[in-house]
Ligand binder design. Structure first.
Ligand code: GTP
Ligand code: MG
Length: 312
């Protein structure tokens, strides 16, 4: 709340004079915990998370507004090497674009690991000449915390970061200090979004993501990477229920059988968990209907990828 007595403005009416607002990229190689960090920073389970690399496929904004400012976090697909298939190239494009137009880049890495991909991303950020911070995530996994010190000393000797933060996105550690470091690097500027908005994405997009999250979590090996989700219908019915029809695209007939599972059990589990998550996020009842369809080679098909929204 604003201090109404001193400023003379009604509480919540206008942001105060040094309100900050900016776009902040969470950048890093796949699986370092960018989406988990985004969710922790905005205090809402918005971006999908799984133990597999390349879970995030689209740029998504998560917005955190406080009295001091509004941070628009950009979660991105992890930048990775050797992208041969059209979809992987699209992921790298989205990751690159995301760091080119921000006020600040937060490079996220895993505690104790600095790989060639981290180095390549560091160089890409440096090229953009945007201010940057380093967030060392998953510090909860580091058995010997003292061993992190020489790791960080080595990094600092050869790289320049505005500030280095130790965090655990999973255990919500170190986030306040990181948030303060982020905010002080943003320009003084009025907010872009309303105080209660949390994303720029539609419910339709989020519905597809919640089905996709279940595919990432429940399917084995390479199968999640051969699947994607398209929402064919999203209708708010008169009875207050959101009716959602989703197609799970796979590349081959054999994959379709696995996604459906014995007696339809797998598909049922995917649907019921995704529906529960949708109901929580959309704050209303959801009727979810799923189909599994085959489209050979969709992962390599630029036109199909465009239709499915892989164009950011
Ligand atoms: N122990 C631990 N695990 C974490 C932490 N943050 C994220 N994880 C786990 O790391 C895995 C990957 O997390 P994501 O948030 O999906 O990673 P990401 O960087 O968004 O991955 P992509 O979208 O694939 O690029 C998940 O299993 C998370 O639960 C953390 O602070 N500690
Ligand atoms: Mg992610």
């Amino acid at each position: 709340m604003n201090d109404a007595t001193e400023t003379g403005t009604a509480a919540g009416e206008l942001p105060h004079g040094d309100f900050r607002c900016g776009l902040v990229a969470l950048a890093g190689r796949p699986n370092v915990g960018k989406s988990t960090l985004l969710n922790a920073l905005i205090g809402f389970r918005l971006s999908i998370v799984s133990p597999r690399p390349q879970t995030t496929r689209h740029r998504i904004l998560g917005i955190a507004t406080s009295e001091a400012g509004q941070v628009m976090y950009v979660d991105t697909p992890g930048l990775h090497r050797g992208a041969k298939r059209a979809m992987n190239r699209s992921l790298n494009r989205a990751a690159r674009t995301a760091i080119s137009e921000v006020d600040l880049a937060v490079q996220v890495i895993e505690a104790g690991r600095w790989t060639d991909e981290d180095e390549a991303l560091y160089a890409a950020i440096a090229e953009q000449k945007v201010p940057r911070l380093l967030a060392i995530n998953k510090v909860d996994l580091a058995k010997d915390k003292a061993a992190l010190l020489p790791f960080v000393a080595g990094l600092s000797a050869t790289h320049e970061f505005g500030e280095i933060h130790y965090v655990s996105a999973l255990r919500r550690k170190g986030l306040e200090r990181l948030q303060a470091g982020i905010l002080e690097r943003l320009p003084v500027r009025p907010p872009v979004f309303g105080a209660d908005e949390i994303t720029d994405r539609s419910e339709r997009f989020l519905a597809a993501e919640m089905v996709r999250e279940q595919l990432m979590l429940r399917l084995d090996q390479e199968l999640p990477y051969a699947t994607t989700v398209e929402i064919e219908r999203f209708k708010d019915r008169d009875d207050g229920v959101a009716e959602i029809h989703a197609v799970i695209w796979v590349e081959r007939e054999g994959q379709k059988a696995i996604v459906i599972g014995q007696g339809g059990a797998q598909l049922k589990a995917i649907g019921s968990t995704a529906r529960r998550h949708m109901e929580r996020m959309f704050e209303r009842k959801v009727f979810l209907k799923l189909w599994v369809k085959v489209r050979e080679g969709w992962v390599d098909d630029e036109a199909m990828l465009k239709q499915l929204g892989y164009t950011d």
